[in-house]
Design a protein around this ligand. Structure first.
Ligand code: SF4
Length: 460
């Protein structure tokens, strides 16, 4: 009963966050940077920030995460971090030989006002960046936004660095997958390959944060989008960006920078979001949907009709990142469930509109909140006022699950207390089947545990 003191009463508040439903910007920037092959993320700030960001990613993905830091001290905090960053760039290239250094700021370097454009230009002019090597960067002040905004900023940084305009147009599509698991990125690539559509995906953390045990000890795994591939983004036929919050800014930047047209879709979690994604690919690439994908869809629809009787009317509370929440909400409504409480710590007014579209009037009692005051305490207070049948979100919800005796399906970031989630996709039709199975198992396990002895059923 760790949260037993949480009161049901939830007075309106704006200037206080208790147990935030988000984390800090550089974590997202670091995750995005790891999706470039041979990239070493660099945290321009103090060591503690970098250690925290690395450990947050390692705890979720269960893989080592390497990153460098400018190692700010008291002196740097007063006089600025330029000298540290210049020295770091030189040392990193000579000691670790990455293809790219992806620099992001922290609260401290942002507050000082260090100018990454100026510093990286100076580093190039002084010959600290070897021929053929690259530096990209993103501003990620953590006192605004969230980890998702940090991810979006770094992906936009990739476009700024590599999205040159081209007179030629290739048949390739750019896919910006948003903040999803490495397995999801693998699944998106697999769907495109099944449809025989050539794509470039960036970032791509498959093969970086879901590696096999092959005995290699290098710091740069085999996966990730190569710099050569990144440099083709400006010549692509079109961009399909998944997740307006995480991928929208990069897609728009590429439109401006290289006139590559784009569509920004919700992440393909669930039946209808996947339908829209597949249909978009089909129309842009001018291909037929292959039978294999149609069969996947048919199996999902069959599964939903088998499970619908158990899902119908179940009340669900969700928390996490906006892009995940919108698609999950739509899918839960499609399953006949009621997503009654939804919170995300990530700011952005567009979220409310997107949620309205996802709910489509199907859950009039739904409460949706975003921004600083949309935290885990508020969610708990709502649940205390009127409980739910299921929780869906990251590990931070386990205390509510335990205190209120509500089953929890872990989904999103971070998942710190389970292993394996990074290996199983939840996007696409196959991913939706996995979500259905996880949700039903959680509900039925709870029924088995809680029902009286005389009502235990062998066949459910
Ligand atoms: S919130 Fe700011 S100071 Fe704290 S870990 Fe994140 S970047 Fe560092």
């Amino acid at each position: 009963m760790l949260l037993r003191h949480t009161a049901a009463d939830a007075p309106e508040r704006e200037a206080l966050t208790v147990n935030p439903a988000k984390t800090c910007q550089p974590i997202g920037a670091m995750y995005a940077a790891l999706g470039i092959h041979g990239c070493l993320p660099h945290s321009h700030g103090s060591q503690g920030c970098c250690s925290y960001h690395r450990s947050a990613l390692t705890r979720h993905y269960k893989e080592p995460v390497f990153a460098a830091t400018s190692s700010f001290t008291e002196g740097t905090s007063v006089f600025g971090g330029q000298a540290n960053l210049m020295a770091a760039i030189e040392t990193i290239f000579s000691a670790y030989d990455p293809e790219v250094i992806a620099i992001h700021t922290t609260c401290l370097s942002e507050t000082i006002g260090d100018d990454l454009v100026q510093i990286s230009t100076k580093a190039r002019m002084e010959g600290k960046v070897p021929e053929g090597k690259e530096i990209i960067f993103a501003n990620t002040p953590s006192y605004v936004g969230s980890h998702v905004i940090g991810f979006a900023n770094m992906v936009k940084g990739m476009v700024t660095a590599f999205g040159s305009a081209s007179e030629e147009r290739s048949e390739r599509l750019n896919i910006i997958p948003g903040w999803v698991e490495p397995a999801d990125m693998r699944e998106i690539k697999s769907l495109c390959a099944t449809m025989q559509i050539p794509i470039s995906m960036f970032p791509d953390t498959s093969g970086v944060l879901d590696c096999g045990l092959d005995g290699s000890t290098g710091i740069f795994p085999a996966g990730g989008t190569t710099v050569a591939e990144l440099k083709t983004m400006g010549a692509a036929k079109h961009t399909v960006a998944l997740g307006p919050t995480a991928s929208g800014p990069a897609a728009r930047e590429l439109e401006v920078q290289a006139q590559v047209t784009s569509d920004v879709l919700e992440i393909p979690y669930g039946l209808r979001a996947t339908d829209r994604f597949i249909d978009k690919l089909r129309t842009i690439a001018g291909v037929e949907v292959p039978a294999e994908i149609t069969w996947q869809r048919q199996r999902l629809v069959d599964l939903i009709s088998d499970m619908h009787q158990y899902f119908y009317g179940k009340r669900v509370a969700l928390w996490g990142d906006p892009d995940q929440l919108v698609s999950l909400t739509e899918f839960l409504c499609d399953l006949g469930m009621k997503p009654v409480y939804v919170v995300t710590g990530t700011p952005g007014k567009a979220f409310a509109k997107r949620m309205e579209a996802a709910l489509d009037g199907r859950v009039p009692e739904a409460k949706v909140k975003f921004g600083n005051a949309a935290d885990m305490m508020l969610l708990h207070q709502w649940i205390k006022q009127e409980s739910v049948d299921l929780l869906i979100g990251g590990t931070h919800g386990k205390y509510i699950a335990r205190d209120e005796n509500i089953p929890l399906v872990r989904h999103g970031f971070p998942i710190l207390d389970r292993v394996g989630h990074q290996l199983f996709p939840t996007v696409g039709y196959k991913g939706a089947m996995r979500l259905c199975e996880q949700i039903l198992s959680a509900l039925m396990d709870q029924q088995d545990r809680m029902c009286s002895e005389e009502t235990v059923e062998l066949v459910m």
